[in-house]
Each structure stands twice: as structure tokens, then as C-alpha cells.
Design a protein around this ligand. Sequence first.
Ligand code: FEO
Length: 403
Amino acid sequence: MDRPFKAIKVTDNVYWVGAIDWGIRDFHGYLTERGTTYNAFLVMADKITLIDTVKPPFLSELLARISSVVDPKEIDYVVSNHAEMDHSGSLVDVIDVVQPEKVFASSMGSKALKEHFHLDREIVAVKNGESLSLGNLSLTFLETRMLHWPDNMFSYLPEEKLLFSQDAFGMHLATSERFADEIDESILEYEGEKYYANILLPFSALVTKLLDKVGELGIEIDIIACDHGPIWRKDLDKIIGWYSKWAQQKPTNKAVVVFDTMWFSTAKMAEAIAEGLLAGGAQPKIMPLKSSHRSNVATEILEAGAVVVGSPTLNNNMYPTVADLLVYLKGLKPKNLVGAAFGSYGWSGEAVGQVRGMLEEMKIDLVDEGLRIKFVPDGDSLSKCFDLGLRVAEKIKALCESA
Ligand code: FEO
């Protein structure tokens, strides 16, 4: 028996033919606790068209699902909406099996695919707004540069009011269900938010522009078929509304207190700071880095008003886990945050200054120079920590009022 994977019908003419990756837990540094999917779609038009492919280990799953509908050799066109390897990684093998008449990508996508795979065949570069006839159906292409690579584009099937949105509106979520309306909303919101915080956050201004642009174009969308996680066929306002909210990065009174510790002194400081935050009316969320993944910290920060970062000094430097977090966060460019640095030290105590420097580079509005405590905090030191929490809480209030 061939691999018994089946396509799932999305509309009369469109099938999901992707792959489910139940086991993945690291997606370029992002903890994918619930796995993911690599969605690909088969459009059964006069010109049979495959939209996107899958990560290389899942090629046979893709081909088996296609084969449950049509012989893959019958496919006429392949459209690559995004060159990142989780969607294009099996493109060369797909081309080899299918021998399509044409392969399409955006102009940047055409270049990127050639640079990835050193292809000697033509990748037809489509223009923004261009339409492609599939005979009885058609596709219109909309470039979405830097959401989140230069090559990204949407493909729109007007006859079905269906938007193939590649990474946008997706989430890393492996499920047996293929549609969002079959899945618990709290899971969708959390995984959608985590995906936004860890993939799309640096491009939030472009997300807002894109949402406006789609509104202005008056494109009617009944279905959003994204490249990861469930397909949206109902309540589209939900995912679009969440994107609009996340893109604004409006501060709240949540304060993320994130730290690592050697001998529990920085941990004690974190707890006292959190008590001060609470007393000042903020909502602290303590995230020890020994048990908090960097991508979960980024997710919490998306809807926070403050980030307070603690590190002991180890060999004249900040703790390696704290450095890891700050480098990761810096790349995500979070906005509208106040913050502070803190930590215990033994003799040289460089870590707090280094953390402060990184937070300043991230344009986080700091309450002060940072709080350093030698060795183990005593009652006075813990009072200073509590006071730091109070001052951060005051600054969050001011930030929220001005936002
Ligand atoms: Fe799912 Fe940017 O790739």
C-alpha cells in the first residue's frame, strides 16, 4: 500500500495537500510546543495548480495527498508564494516528479529560488497585481514584501474568494483538524500570538499597511488558506482583528520580569521587584530563564508594558541565557515598553550595565541605571528591589496613559 495520506477538500476546486509535522519543537530558535503543518494547496482548475510545497522530509506525504486527487504528473503550474525552505524545500523534487509547464513566484521569489536551488529552469516572475488565467479559474498575485522575507506574496483565487496567504495569519499548530472553526479559540489565539510575536513582530508597520491595503482593494475574502496551522473559513474577523491588535503593540500593565540566577540572589531580587510591581498596580509575570524559552518570553512581551531583565555577573559578563534572550528580543524589535535591569554580583558586576546597554539599544525606556546588589540581598537590598518594582509600575501607568 502506498502511504495512505488523503487530500482534504477546502472548496469545490481547492484541496489541502500539505503535511503535518507533529514532532518539531525547534523552528529556527522558536519553541514549537504543538508542532506545525506545512500547508500546500491543489487548485483543480483547467490548469491544475499546486500552491507551495513542503519541507523536504515531507515530500512523500505531499505527493501521496496529491495522488489521492490527481496524478501529480497532471499538474500544470506550481506557484511558490514564499522561498523559505519550509515551503520551497521540496520544490526541486516536485518539479522533477511533476514536470510542470510553468513555475511562478514573485520577482524577488524567482531570484531567491534560483539562489537557493541553483535552478537552470525558468521561474516566471509575476508582477504585483498581475492575474494568471487557469482556464476556468484565475489567480491574482499580491506582493507582501518583508512579510517576512523580501519574496513573500499572496495568491488570490477570486472565483472562490480564497486568499492563499503563505506565512501571514498562520501559526505553528499540528492538529488533526484542518479548519480553525474546529479548534478551541484559546489555543488559536495563543498560538497565533506566539507566531506573530516570534515571526512577524519586526514588520508590524507593514502588517498594518497590508491590512489597510487589502481593505482599500475591496478584495472579498471568504477563506484564508495560510501555510501553517488551520485554514480560516469562518469568523475571519477574529484572526484579522488579532493581527490588527498585535501590530499596534499597545502597552498594558503587564510587566515581564525575566532573569537567570547562579545562587538564587538574582532570583530573590526578581521576586521582590515583582512584589513592588504588584503593589504599584502592575501585573508581574515572572519568567525564570531556566524554565522559560526565549520564544515564550517574546510572546508574553507582545502584550506587556514593561520588561525587567535580571542577570548575575559570570566571568565579567552577563549570564549566557540572558545574552541569548536579549539578542533574540533585539531582532524582534518590540515597541512601547518601559523597563529596568537588575542583578547580583560578587566583585566586578558588569552584567547589569551590559543588560542596560542592550535594553537601551532596543529603545526600551528605562527607569534608572539598573540595580546591582553584592552577593546575597539583605532586607535593605530587597527594599530597593521592591522600590524598583514600584517605580516601574508608575512608569507603565504613564506609558499606558500616553499610548
Ligand atoms: Fe513558513 Fe517564512 O516560512
